[in-house]
Structure formats: structure tokens, C-alpha cells
Write a protein that binds this ligand. Structure first.
Ligand code: GBH
Length: 619
């Protein structure tokens, strides 16, 4: 049998995927006609002007050290705050023109609570300049044919509500304060804005803000045993109040307004086919997502959480539960990456161990600049199916999905973002299949983010933008991913990434882009071969992909054997392909069209590359 080793090709985001699932990738696929494509941002991450025009301080100003505040010890990149960031407050009109130039039709942004209510409450007065700013933004968007999707709370709580006396989301008195802020927004903008969400990622700002302290408010307001659950409970109550106000507002009703909530979840894939690991992965998904979604769509906290947490989990009165149930018109989902989960029994009282599920990643998962972000496109399709089943075919908007690169990139480096193009092509492809093949009710998809911005505790050390932000000059440079996204939005179909990949990055060749352009370079088959070879060399076999969670032990054994058989057959087929490819690549290449310089930036022909990429010495 032929044994080959993977030699020179450096791929950290290959296409098709590494691993056994899925085995192939074909860019393309149409979306439903009314599918919503958009880009997102958040007020604190882009606006700057933190103390201008009457804005009050937020917990992120104090946490990140804006002005003369001392940064919180949980703030990782101490030199960076949101004081200026993208200076969007002063550059709003040109940013809207930039959006229009990308062909954007929908834009998700958040309203800064302390810009409207500097002390968080009406008692401290309404800041009319802040109110006017969002009117100008919304008007500018509409003038450019861009539909606004407004988030009420993307983490920038007024500092005046986070004090030793009034402890932010730990204190039940926050609930009516949030309702008043929400009512002000509905009253001001309800006739111009149809789509609203109350909260962005309750999980993140409760667990990290009040549990670990890596986000605001952080110390001294942290306790990993109970605070996330207490804060989360108040967030849910505040959500229900805001939705009640929304549905009672005549402007909103006249405008056909819809409201939802955005929650976030990685996909947790069972590490094995054992019942214990399957249950552990299910609990992980419950602790991340069902925690906030079950009370809204099913009327109570997940049974697993109630059982484990006892008195650490607050309870809803019957009236509260009734108000919560049905308090969303759609399901907002932020999703970035995935991991494997296995059972991890313990007796600790700690958010991280409460689900009794330990997570891990495998070496074949491509990594972004953010330590937590592993690109696993199929995880999104599985998560969408999970949400669809658990919440009875609820309409879903993917409200965030994105990939980070290093903050240190120059703009010339930053705009050549092959990895991000491929991340998006893979992930939107999975969304398309979730809709077309699985029947999941996905209504829209927002990429994160419009432009590089203040990445919370990581400051400017990571870039998530489709547009590069030069934080010195404030110039914006659309990246290749922005061009790819424009093409995808315009076609309402996953655009072929090939024309957007650089000639030098290695991906274009790996994908056989040149072959598609009519050249005789090695094609897609080679990538599949590289994948198979790599698995052979490393002995790496991905854990069995469990798709039918209810399989009993016997059935799963049978499934395992069948899968193994299939894999062996596939490897045999790949071997045959390999032999064919080698014969193909070794034949003389004399087509004169390819002997000169590439005729366009998307031509990636590299003669002789086939042999460089596969070390065939030991054949
Ligand atoms: C989004 O959250 C935010 O909504 C957005 O503002 C932000 O810019 C974007 O992410 C990129 O970071 O290592 O266990 O502490 C993404 C979801 C959930 C990702 C928490 C990071 C850290 C998990 N985030 N996760 S942990």
C-alpha cells in the first residue's frame, strides 16, 4: 500500500474540512428569497466619545480604564480602552456610506444606555444629544436602504447602576430600570425600527462579568458559585418586562415590530458514543443556551440545572414564568466555534463544573487569534438543528458569527484574510444546508463584525472586522472577506471563495482554485488526499460523530462498526484517487497560457506544486 507524508503545505483552515465529518465541501447553495444578510457592531466597541455630549460613564469605561480610570485587574490589555476605538460617534455618516458601498441591507448595532440615560434612570435626566445621535444613525441607514436591527443591551451598563449600593445585574432593582430604558428606546425609535433584541449574550456578561471577572464589572462583584445564576435570573426578568412594554407600545405595533433576545452557544459535540458523554454534551448545551432559552420558549429552567443547582438557582413565580413564556418573536443566536464534551463527575459548586461536562478541542480544529475560537463549521449546523428541535421550529437569526486575526496586522496584511473568507464560506454553507436539507427555520445571518473594533478585555489585540480599521488614522479598508460577503449577499448564495483568496496564502492552491479557472494544477481531490494522508500519518481518527442522540448502546456499536467500514471503503477509494492524481500531475505540463505571470490576482497556478505538496519519495 502507498504511504505518503504531508510535507510543505501549511493549511490552518482547509477546505474541505479535515476530519471525517463532513467529508466534502462544495461552495454554493441558494438561500430563501427573503433571507436577511447583515453585519453587526456594538456601541461600546465602536463609538468612542465616551465622555462627550453628556454621555455618562459605563462599567466598561471603568473596567477598561477610559480617561483616568484605573483598569480593572480582569482587563487583560491594560493599555486599551473604549474611549476612542473606531470613533464611530464622529464618523457615523461615513461609516453608513461604507456599509452602503458593501451592498449591506441590514445592520445590527446596539444603543448605549448611558448615552441616553447618563445615570441609568430618568431621575438623572435624558441626554437629548444621545437620543439625537441614534435618530441620525437610524435615519442615515434608512436613507441608504439599510434596515436597522437594534440591540438594547450589549454590555455597557451605566456605572451609576453598578455601585456597592446598587449592584447592577445582581440586584433585582435593575429590572424596572431596564424596562424604563427600553421604553424610552421604543418610544423614540419604535416607528423607525422594526427588529429589536433585548440582550446580547446574557451568558457572557453574567458568567464572565459576575463569575470569573474577565469582563465588566468584574472584581469585586464576582462569585463563580452563585452570581452568574442570580444575575442571569434578573436578566430574564428584565427581558420579560421589556417585551411586555414593547408589545404594549402603539408605535411599535403600528410598525409591525418584532422582538427577540440573542444568546450565544458553542456547539458541544459528544466526545464518544457513550451514553455518558452524549448526556454530558447535552448538559453543556443546556448550561450555555437552554439556561436562557428554556424559560422563554419552554417556560422553565432546564431540569438538569434545577436538579444540580438547588437553591443556587433562583426560581420564578408563576406570574413571572407566564410573562417570560412566549416573550420572543425570534431566536437570536451568536455562534463562533465548537468543542467536544465528555462526562466529568464532581461535587464542586462552580459554574464551570456544574454541568459535569469537560470540554476539549482536537488538533485538527483550525484556530483563530482568539484563544477560545476553534473553527468547526459543522458545529453550527448541528447547533441550528438542536435549537430547531428543542424550541419547536422557532425562527432563528444568526446574529453573530466571526473569525479573529491578530491586532498587530498592518492594513496591507489585514485585508488579505483568506482564513476569514474560508471561515465564512464554510459557516454560511452550513447555514444553507441547515435550511435546505434539514428544514431549520433560519431567517437571517449577521457576520461579526462590520469593522475591527474594541474587543473587550482583549482591547485591540484581535481583529474581527470584515473591514480593517486603522486605529491611528481611522481609515477603513475593506478586506477580502468583505468583498466575498458582498458577493454572497448580492447573490443570496454562498459565493465561491476562489476569486477572493490570495495567490500566496496556500489556500487557493489547496482548494484547486486554479484548476477551476481552467489550469492543469492539482485540484480538490488532492486536498482530500492530503487529509486522508494526514490522518494516516498521525493516526488521528476523529471521535465518532453522533447524530442520533437517542441511539442505545447496541445501536451505537453497530453504527460505529458501519462507520468504520465506510471509512475503510472511503480510504480505499481515496487511494485509487491518489494514484490517479499522481499520474495526472506527473504528465508533462506544457500549456503556454500558464508559463507567464498570472493574469489576475486570483490566478494561483504554481507549476510543479503538486510534487512539492506531496512527498512521494516512499512510493
Ligand atoms: C461575542 O461574544 C460578542 O457578542 C462580541 O461583542 C464580541 O466582539 C465577539 O464575541 C468576539 O469576541 O473562554 O470560557 O471565558 C462571543 C461569545 C462567549 C466568546 C465567551 C468568548 C469566552 C469563553 N463569547 N467566550 S471562556
Amino acid at each position: 500500500m502507498l504511504t505518503l507524508s504531508h510535507s510543505t503545505l501549511a493549511i490552518d483552515f482547509p477546505m474541505p474540512y479535515r476530519g471525517l465529518y463532513p467529508s466534502s465541501y462544495v461552495p454554493g447553495g441558494k438561500f430563501p428569497d427573503d433571507f436577511i444578510w447583515g453585519l453587526g457592531t456594538a456601541a461600546y466597541q465602536i463609538e468612542g466619545a465616551w465622555d462627550e455630549d453628556g454621555r455618562g460613564p459605563s462599567i466598561w469605561d471603568t473596567f477598561s480604564g477610559a480617561g483616568s480610570y484605573e483598569p480593572n485587574e480582569g482587563h487583560e490589555v491594560k493599555s486599551d480602552s473604549g474611549a476612542v476605538t473606531c470613533d464611530h460617534y464622529h464618523r457615523m455618516e461615513e461609516d453608513v456610506r461604507l456599509m452602503a458601498s458593501l451592498g449591506l441591507k441590514n445592520y445590527r448595532f446596539s444603543i448605549s444606555w448611558p448615552r441616553l440615560l447618563p445615570t441609568g434612570t430618568l431621575a438623572g435626566g435624558i441626554n437629548q444629544k444621545g437620543v439625537a445621535f441614534y435618530h441620525r444613525l437610524i435615519d442615515a441607514l434608512r436613507a441608504h436602504g439599510i434596515t436597522p436591527f437594534v440591540t438594547l443591551f450589549h454590555w455597557d451598563l451605566p456605572q451609576a447602576l453598578q455601585t456597592p449600593a446598587l449592584r447592577g445585574w445582581l440586584d433585582r432593582r435593575i429590572v424596572p430600570h431596564f424596562r424604563v430604558f427600553a421604553e424610552l428606546c421604543f418610544e423614540q425609535y419604535g416607528d423607525k425600527v422594526r427588529y429589536w433584541t433585548t440582550f446580547n449574550e446574557a451568558w457572557t456578561f453574567t458568567v464572565l462579568g459576575y463569575g470569573t471577572g474577565s469582563k465588566a464589572p468584574g472584581r469585586p462583584y464576582i462569585d463563580i458559585s452563585t452570581f452568574p445564576y442570580i444575575a442571569g435570573h434578573h436578566v430574564l426578568l428584565a427581558h420579560a418586562e421589556a417585551v411586555e412594554a414593547f408589545r404594549a407600545n402603539s408605535k411599535v405595533r403600528a410598525n409591525g415590530g418584532q422582538i427577540g433576545i440573542t444568546n450565544n452557544c458553542d456547539w458541544n459535540e459528544p466526545a464518544s458514543s457513550s451514553a455518558a458523554d452524549i448526556a454530558a454534551a447535552e448538559r453543556a448545551n443546556e448550561w450555555w443556551l437552554a439556561w436562557f432559552a428554556d424559560p422563554i420558549w419552554l417556560g422553565s429552567y432546564p431540569a438538569s440545572m434545577v436538579a444540580r443547582l438547588g437553591s443556587r438557582l433562583p426560581t420564578f413565580t408563576a406570574t413571572e414564568a407566564a410573562k417570560l413564556r412566549g416573550s420572543a418573536d425570534f431566536f437570536g443566536l451568536n455562534h463562533y466555534g465548537s468543542q467536544f464534551a465528555r462526562e466529568n463527575r464532581n461535587n464542586l459548586s462552580n459554574y464551570w463544573s456544574d454541568a459535569e461536562s469537560a470540554s476539549f478541542h482536537t488538533a485538527d480544529m483550525p484556530r483563530a487569534a482568539s484563544v477560545w475560537l476553534y473553527g468547526v463549521p459543522w458545529g453550527l449546523r448541528k447547533l441550528l438543528n438542536w435549537v430547531d428541535r428543542r424550541y419547536h421550529h422557532v425562527p432563528i437569526y444568526v446574529t453573530e458569527n466571526g473569525w479573529s486575526t491578530k491586532g498587530s496586522e498592518s492594513w496591507a496584511e489585514g485585508v488579505v484574510d483568506d482564513g476569514r473568507v474560508l471561515y465564512y464560506a464554510n459557516y454560511t454553507g452550513e447555514v444553507q444546508r441547515a435550511i435546505a436539507e434539514d428544514g431549520v427555520n433560519v431567517r437571517g445571518y449577521f457576520a461579526w463584525s462590520l469593522m475591527d473594533n474594541f474587543e473587550w478585555e482583549r482591547g485591540f489585540s484581535e481583529r474581527f472586522g470584515l473591514v480593517y480599521t486603522d486605529f491611528v488614522t481611522q481609515a477603513r479598508h475593506p478586506k477580502a472577506s468583505a468583498r466575498w460577503f458582498s458577493a454572497t449577499m448580492a447573490a443570496n448564495a454562498v459565493a465561491d471563495p476562489c476569486p477572493f483568496l490570495s495567490a500566496s496564502g496556500g489556500y487557493a492552491a489547496a482548494m484547486g482554485c486554479a484548476a477551476k479557472a481552467g489550469t492543469p494544477a492539482c485540484g480538490e481531490g488532492d486536498v482530500a488526499l492530503a487529509v486522508a494522508m494526514q490522518q494516516e500519518v498521525q493516526g488521528a481518527v476523529a471521535p465518532l460523530q453522533v447524530q442520533i442522540m437517542a441511539l442505545d448502546a447496541v445501536l451505537s456499536q453497530v453504527a460505529y462498526m458501519l462507520t468504520t467500514l465506510l471509512v475503510l471503503v472511503a480510504l480505499g477509494a481515496l487511494g485509487a484517487l491518489l494514484a490517479a492524481a499522481l499520474v495526472y500531475c506527473r504528465r508533462p505540463k506544457i500549456d503556454p497560457r500558464y508559463m507567464g505571470a498570472p493574469t489576475s490576482s486570483t490566478s494561483v497556478l504554481q507549476p510543479g506544486k503538486c510534487d512539492d505538496r506531496f512527498d512521494s519519495d516512499d512510493m
